[in-house]
Ligand binder design. Structure first.
Ligand SMILES: Cc1ncc(COP(=O)(O)O)c(C=O)c1O
Length: 368
């Protein structure tokens, strides 16, 4: 028998969440973001779950090629663009759309003969200060790209730093859009601004965003970038992490649990040992009180998460035994809630799912 820990990926929820993007941004084409192994869900599963997207966006050329080999024929976008001039011929050969965010990439495109036209996304840095040309440099970068004979469509792109918080005190979406409009002005070409936060706030931002393409990631995987709960937006979980109780300990008052003896039993209590630890991707820093569901009852983590195991309070589940079902996140326990308790974000939990965890596919509501 395999170890009882498994992650079930719900392709039906992935399709559903994609349809939520269509509803929120009905006029835009969708780049489904499948970087980081489709946020931990598996690249090929991302391709299948988001088959109705208009394109897939990721980071590595080798994974773009994997998508082509797996049969994806629609557009692919490299979100960080190329890393070396030797990548340029691949763009033409495999019809891969590249982000261009610095002058080195412009030069690589200028110096390499393109034997087939390619499309690019020209990125503006509107305050995120990660990738892109400043609004003042932008038109000149555009002009240089436009002069390269092998470049066909140039889409104007920027990325929001605080799409989850409309009134962010330091940098608002409105301010980033203002800078974008200043830099891109009336330059011809399509526009791509919104990530999940921008899509989810589409109604509040109506009239401000002109997206020909949106680039949602986390909302496709049933999480949110912050703010309201995913279910409030009609999003469904796409990854359910389940395990079982593999040991039970009876503690007397004052006894402690696990490494560092951090948790002390306030009175006699029963503790369950769950087959899941930080080497599986469960956050080691999740504190006492992080929610866990055992046999359908909500309880909490106690003690420190170790490499292969973690311990939970069985007081609310007196009938729990070895073999009891444990839900760590997903269908029935929002990943964002677990992440928040652990001081991180749902993105990190999904992406950190370890290769040793068995991955199954199953519809939401099934046991996987
Ligand atoms: C350029 C770009 N666009 C879109 C996304 C998707 O963001 P989110 O997962 O918040 O929707 C990312 C993710 O970081 C990104 O880097």
């Amino acid at each position: 028998m395999p170890r009882p820990l498994s992650a079930t990926i719900h392709l039906d929820s992935m399709q559903h969440n994609l349809s939520r993007v269509r509803t929120e941004a009905p006029l835009a084409k969708i780049w489904a973001v499948v970087k980081a192994n489709a946020y931990g869900h598996g690249l090929e599963r991302g391709m299948r779950g988001f088959a109705q997207a208009d394109g897939l966006a990721l980071v590595e050329t080798e994974n773009a090629l994997r998508l082509r080999e797996a049969g994806w024929i629609k557009p692919i976008l490299l979100l960080e663009g190329i890393f070396d001039a030797s990548d340029v011929p691949l763009l033409a050969e495999h019809n891969i759309n590249s982000t261009v965010h610095n002058i080195e990439q412009v030069k690589m495109l200028e110096y390499t003969q393109l034997y087939r036209p390619i499309d690019v996304h020209l990125k503006m840095n509107t305050g995120m200060n990660r990738l892109g040309f400043t609004p003042d440099e932008y038109a000149a970068a555009y002009k240089r790209l436009r002069a390269i004979p092998g470049i066909r469509n140039i889409t104007h792109m920027t990325h929001f730093a605080n799409a989850d918080e409309l009134e962010h005190p330091r940098l608002t979406i409105a301010e980033q859009v203002r800078r974008f409009q200043y830099g891109a002005g009336d330059l011809p070409g399509e526009r791509s601004l919104s990530n999940s936060g921008g899509v989810l706030h589409g109604a509040e931002l109506a009239g401000m965003l002109s997206n020909d393409w949106v680039r949602p990631g986390i909302m496709l995987y049933g999480g949110t970038p912050g703010g309201r709960a995913a279910a409030d937006y009609g999003l469904r979980p796409t990854m359910t992490l389940r395990s079982e109780i593999i040991g039970i300990q009876q503690l007397e008052a004052g006894e402690t649990v696990g490494y560092g003896s951090r948790f002390e039993a306030p009175g006699p209590m029963t503790v369950g040992v769950v087959a899941c630890g930080y080497a599986d991707g469960y956050p080691r820093h999740a504190p006492h009180g992080t929610p866990v569901i055992v046999d359908g009852r909500r309880t909490t983590l106690v003690g420190r998460v170790s490499m292969d195991m973690m311990t939970v309070d069985l007081t609310p589940v007196p009938n729990a035994r070895v073999g009891s079902k444990v839900l760590l996140w997903g269908d029935g326990l929002p990943i964002d809630e677990v992440a928040q308790a652990a001081g991180t974000i749902g993105y990190e939990l999904m992406c950190a799912l370890a290769p040793r965890v068995r991955v199954l596919e199953g519809r939401m509501g099934s046991d996987g």
